[in-house]
Design a protein. Structure first.
Length: 68
């Protein structure tokens, strides 16, 4: 068996299984409007880009937007 699966379906299922807890946790914190919780799933230098407005960079900037 190759170290990297060659079947795209297998790769897709492996990725979904690996990432599922992260997406589930992020979705839960987002639905609860828990900005601090959501930041645990984001890179500290993450960026939020919104259409027709300014962008927000970094953990502190994102948290400031969420706090209003």
């Amino acid at each position: 068996m190759p170290a990297i699966p060659t079947d795209i379906g297998t790769i897709d299922m492996d990725l979904r299984k690996t990432l599922a807890p992260y997406f589930s946790g992020f979705n839960k914190t987002t639905e609860q409007a828990d900005a601090e919780g959501s930041m645990k799933f984001m890179h500290p230098q993450g960026v939020i880009v919104q259409k027709n407005t300014t962008s927000t960079f970094g953990k502190e900037g994102i948290l400031a937007v969420e706090r209003g």
